[in-house]
Design a protein around this ligand. Structure first.
Ligand SMILES: *Cc1c(COP(=O)(O)O)cnc(C)c1O
Length: 395
């Protein structure tokens, strides 16, 4: 059996996205900035796509800026928020310890440029506490950036409460909603969000396209200099086929949100129930505030990398945490921020599902993972060491 359970890393393109993209690749080759009919045709399609994306977020079309990826949108929002703050002499930013590297590394760079950043702790369950955020606000706080859904452990942050607090204090609020858009309902008006990043390839659109929503009252400046595209704010000829595919995919996800969420959450819950039976395992994240599709576990006494390789041999595509940390031997900064010791954080497994997965696939995962964990433990010196101090759960 083959099971793709790494949807938080990237998703397969949907038929809907492909049907929007392929004809555009062939037909809509005009440059949307050109005045002739081919240009106008592309420009109309672009305007439609912008309206569609805005509609899915309860924003206005003129508040949507297409970017090359989610990372670009995160960089742009944070650097702009910081720039606007600095102009008023405010150079303090609040974020948290489990952000994506697109946010964390941008904040680290700003720290080197003289900004001060408070990284809120997230407690054992991976949630930011609104009271702690309120307590961290200073006279010179210009920006709060907290992700909507965490990509490794799936926790959903209290975005609406954070948005309300920031609005009350007059502080700009950005959220990395790359794992939220198309997966859970997102409403920038109800949630008081000033800036939001999303990425097409996390909801069945192709790679290489994202968007930044920026409230119209904020005077956004360029991150990428160039021509007058994106109302002069983001130079570079628009990637029409990818943008159209993203708009179509987002619309489809939002139209089927409820049924997709119910279907994916049922698979997630079965997965959590089954994996919890593995001795010395723990499910990471908050049991209530969690995304429908992301399941994160740690198994004591094993290496996550070996687990992944064995699962791959069994036809299961999973990951240890974020795709961005794989390749480095450091345990995930997210799991460490939950207060997890290094040796346990090393034995992590993330399975991320989407509406294309099936219960049969979940059952197959549940056949394979316990067996692989047991085999790896039998070969593990760490596990042997643990057995000196505890009864063998496999006896
Ligand atoms: C994938 C991801 C990103 C980066 O998006 P790209 O389009 O791959 O640059 C940013 N934040 C989160 C939470 C993500 O999951």
């Amino acid at each position: 059996m083959f099971v793709y359970a790494d949807n938080a890393a990237t998703t397969a393109m949907s038929k809907t996205a492909a049907n929007a993209m392929f004809p555009a690749l062939e037909e809509l080759y005009g440059n949307p900035s050109s005045l002739h009919q081919k240009g106008r045709e592309a420009n109309y399609a672009l305007m439609d796509a912008r309206k569609t994306v805005a509609g899915c977020l309860n924003a206005e079309a003129r508040e949507i800026y297409f970017t090359g990826c989610g990372t670009e949108a995160d960089n742009w929002a944070i650097i702009e928020g910081a720039r606007a703050g600095a102009e008023k002499g405010k150079k303090h930013i609040i974020s948290d310890a489990i952000e994506h590297h697109a946010v964390l590394h941008t904040l680290k760079k700003l720290e080197k440029q003289g900004f001060s950043v408070t990284f809120l702790p997230v407690h054992e369950d991976g949630l930011v506490r609104v009271e702690e955020l309120a307590a961290a606000i200073r006279e010179d706080t210009c920006l709060v950036t907290v992700m909507y859904v965490n990509n490794e452990i799936g926790t959903i942050q209290p975005i609406r409460e954070i948005g309300a607090l920031c609005r009350e204090k007059g502080i700009l609020f950005h959220t990395d909603a790359v794992q939220a858009a198309g997966h859970v309902p997102v409403d920038v008006a109800a949630d008081n969000i000033d800036m939001l990043s999303l990425s097409g390839h996390k909801f069945h659109a192709p790679k290489g396209v994202g968007a930044l929503y920026c409230r119209k009252s904020f005077r956004l400046k360029n991150f990428i200099e160039g021509g007058a595209q994106e109302r002069g704010k983001r130079g570079g000829t628009e990637a029409i086929p990818a943008i159209l595919a993203m708009a179509a995919a987002l619309k489809e996800s939002c139209e089927h949100m409820e049924e997709n969420m119910a279907k994916v959450a049922a698979m997630r819950d079965r997965l959590i129930e089954g994996l919890s039976k593995i001795p010395y395992s723990r499910c990471n994240g908050n049991p209530e505030h969690k995304a429908p599709g992301i399941v994160s576990f740690c198994f004591e006494g094993i290496e996550g990398e070996s687990l992944l390789l064995r699962l791959d041999l069994a036809g299961i595509c999973a990951s240890s945490g974020s795709a961005c940390t794989s390749g480095s031997l450091d345990p995930s900064h997210v799991l460490l921020a939950l207060g997890m010791p290094h040796e346990i954080a090393h034995g992590s497994l993330r399975l991320s599902l989407c509406e294309y997965n099936t219960m049969e696939e979940v059952d197959y995962i549940l056949e394979q993972v316990p067996e692989v964990v047991r085999t790896l433990r039998e070969m593990s010196p760490v596990w042997m060491h643990m057995l000196e101090k505890m009864p063998d759960p496999y006896q």
